[in-house]
Design a protein around this ligand. Sequence first.
Ligand SMILES: Cc1cc2nc3c(=O)[nH]c(=O)nc-3n(C[C@H](O)[C@H](O)[C@H](O)COP(=O)(O)OP(=O)(O)OC[C@H]3O[C@@H](n4cnc5c(N)ncnc54)[C@H](O)[C@@H]3O)c2cc1C
Length: 457
Amino acid sequence: MTSLSSPPLHVAVVGAGPAGIHAAGVLSHLAPRTKIDLIELLPAPYGLVRYGVSPDHPRIKKIVESLHGVLDGSNIRLLCNIEIGTEITVDELRDAYDAVIIATGASRDATLDIPGIRLPGSFGAADFVSWYNGHPDAHTTWPLSAESVAVIGAGNVALDVTRMLIKHAHTLSDTDVSDRVYQDLAANPIRDVHLFARRGPADVRFSPIELRELGDQLDVDVIVNPADLESNPHLDRMTRQFTPVHHIVETMREWSRIPADRRTASRRVYLHFHHAPAAVLGADTVEGLRTEVMAPDGYGHAFGSGEFVEHDVQAVYRAVGYASTALAGVPFDHASNTVPHVAGAVVDNHGNHVPGLYTTGWIKRGPVGLIGSTKSDARQTVDTLLARVAADARPRLDRQGVDGLLRDRNLRTVDWDGWLRIDSAERELGAACGRDRIKIVERDELVTIGTQPRDQT
Ligand SMILES: Cc1cc2nc3c(=O)[nH]c(=O)nc-3n(C[C@H](O)[C@H](O)[C@H](O)COP(=O)(O)OP(=O)(O)OC[C@H]3O[C@@H](n4cnc5c(N)ncnc54)[C@H](O)[C@@H]3O)c2cc1C
């Protein structure tokens, strides 16, 4: 523990997603004299809340307001547009701070190793999500030319991808999507999305509310095979034992009872259970998806039956999970794609604590859990840091934090005031069309606004 007589701690937090912001906030609350630098790769903070959460979930997007509240007027200094690991190394940070907290999250697709997965027209959910959320490093346009699309996955990201593909663009007109995303979605010729889950309806990882939302989409029918929802010992046990499973199965049963003559929508979502992806088909571009029918064992597991089905689709989206990226200078477990740790203190391959290095959020736990869980997670890491930091007893070589490095390397940093200017510019863009905000997408434009000298604003 630090005491009032000891000099204030100087801590760097890497990654300004919810985990990094909460870690900085909890640290500043528990040890108010601490000087905290929150360093972010992108020109804007908030991580996946800004660049992952679906634009048609404005209530969740509003979490940005509480994260804003943590940073505004605090002793936390925001430094955006700096890539740790390349522009400044983790070792340089460790030399300059008493402790470094790694909160770099997860931003890429987990791999799905089946033949044809690299064909043009086969996409990772993370890339699509980044595109429709206006991520500065995402593709500028998205090839939306397929009428029939397969989505592989049984979690909320698969639902987000399905919804964003099947939605009529005008239902997004009050969100923060950029004009070019809106225009591409408006020209989307899609008619059918086929969502494939390896296991049964009682084993999906959807949230009941997000699943129900699929059925609330304008001019979209959701089609489920009633046979998949028939009573069986596993499904009955799961619905009795777990309330969310009960709601999920009831929602699907409601859909399955809708008579065919009432299904008049111009777009459809088909839910297929017990199908595992086997191959993406096509010569030069996606022409289909082959799935293997899975045989349930009655206990929630399913095994390949040897029976294969081919589906006529022109695009395949895999939503099989996110994965974190290793950061040079930080131990990494390539099997779980996480940073190994004990209660947030980073350990090396032999289980030994790496002095001064801590971790929190998705890179610590893996890419599961809602935004809310990043706060309790951050609390654990900060408690560990405060208990250990004196024992770490590392001589700091450079007591200026990163300031000297930023100057020497001529890095263009977007600070809190810079972010507020970007925020205002996006709100002004939105106000001009009666919307709360329209996102600025180009990195250069974000950086130019975010680094403008004060007298030019
Ligand atoms: C598609 C999708 C939809 C979701 N929807 C919801 C939802 O509706 N509700 C909900 O509660 N949760 C949702 N989540 C989960 C939620 O986004 C996560 O729980 C949360 O964002 C994890 O926080 P994090 O800070 O660990 O990671 P992130 O949010 O990924 O933040 C990590 C930050 O680190 C930065 N960074 C990465 N590398 C570097 C580097 N080298 N140097 C500096 N900075 C770096 C990144 O740019 C990013 O800003 C969703 C997730 C996804 C993927």
